[in-house]
Ligand binder design. Structure first.
Ligand SMILES: N[C@@H](CCC(=O)N[C@@H](CS)C(=O)NCC(=O)O)C(=O)O
Length: 288
């Protein structure tokens, strides 16, 4: 059994967690969280004319879905969607219309109004949304069981490891309360190391392949690309330091080449921009 030091030099938990929550309440990002689920207010979601309604934001989790949607449209599938902004900084994910689709209050969420037997299907979790539409149209997903299993390995790796760990790194590197220096050091070290290790996993897989599964671009590439890009082009600390430099992302040469290959696809370029606040005055699909 591992023994834990408990003395005056050590961190000792208060009797309950609420005191610790209070210490984060002034922080824009930490302060939005509460230990309970459910709607915090009423708001009916907007609904457009397309069969599929997407409620999202251009974060890596949102981009996985919008890239797939743009790819399906580009292939000429009988598919179209309306995209609606959800301002997570303002807490719109906690309003009743959104919670009715996603009880977990996170973007992306989606409704397919033309589901099986013409019934609407509510969808949440980016991986579940992507798999539903890839299966519905039989695209970006191998038919062969073994190849499909190989793809699932990567999809679950993305959802269980790459996304959450990279996201926690980003939280401690960019968003956590500025004055909590020791907590940030530890969080950045723990998740930074894991983010690097996951990049190394990806880099090794891509050492002799064009795409994650070989020669064919698949849902695995669509879902893994946005989170790698968040490290290579995204997270930037207020001091100006980019995660790319801080974590030494240049060394993942195979992954960087793959990432450029994926990003060169026109549908990917558009999918990255869906529900992008920086271009919000032009609408949720700013190229239109
Ligand atoms: N596992 C979920 C994660 C979704 C997620 O974390 N979304 C973030 C934005 S990237 C969000 O909505 N955050 C708002 C909040 O935490 O309140 C998925 O892949 O869909």
């Amino acid at each position: 059994m591992v023994s834990t030091r408990v003395d005056s030099e050590c961190w000792i938990p208060p009797s309950g967690v609420d005191d610790l929550y209070k210490a984060t309440s002034g922080n824009k990002f930490a302060g939005i969280n509460r230990p309970t689920a459910g709607a915090r207010g009423e708001k009916v979601l907007p609904v457009g004319t397309a069969p599929v309604q997407l409620y999202s934001l251009a974060t890596p989790n949102g981009q996985k879905v919008s890239i797939l949607f743009e790819e399906l449209e580009e292939l000429g599938c009988p598919f179209s969607y309306d995209a609606h902004f959800v301002n997570i900084g303002e807490g719109e994910q906690f309003l009743s219309g959104f919670v009715d689709i996603n009880p977990n209050s996170k973007i992306p969420a989606c409704i397919d109004q033309e589901g099986p037997s013409g019934k609407a299907v509510k969808l949440f979790e980016s991986g579940s949304i992507c798999l539903y539409f890839a299966e519905k149209y039989g695209k970006f997903i191998p038919e062969n069981l073994a190849a499909r299993a190989a793809m699932m390995n990567w999809l679950f790796w993305q959802m269980g490891s790459q996304g959450p760990m990279t996201g926690q790194f980003g939280h401690f590197f960019v968003y956590a309360p500025a004055e909590q220096k020791q907590a940030r050091d530890y969080g950045v070290a723990r998740y930074g190391m894991e983010a690097q290790r996951l990049c190394d996993v990806l880099n090794r897989q891509l050492s002799d392949r064009q795409f994650l599964l070989g020669d064919d671009y698949s849902l695995a590439d669509i879902m893994i690309f946005p989170w790698f890009r968040q490290l290579s082009h995204g997270y930037r600390h207020g001091s100006g330091l980019f995660a790319k430099v801080f974590l030494g992302v240049e060394k993942y040469e195979n992954a960087l080449r793959w990432s450029e290959r994926v990003e060169a696809r026109p549908a990917v370029g558009r999918g990255l921009r869906v529900c992008n606040f920086r271009e919000s005055e032009k609408g949720s699909k700013p190229w239109l």
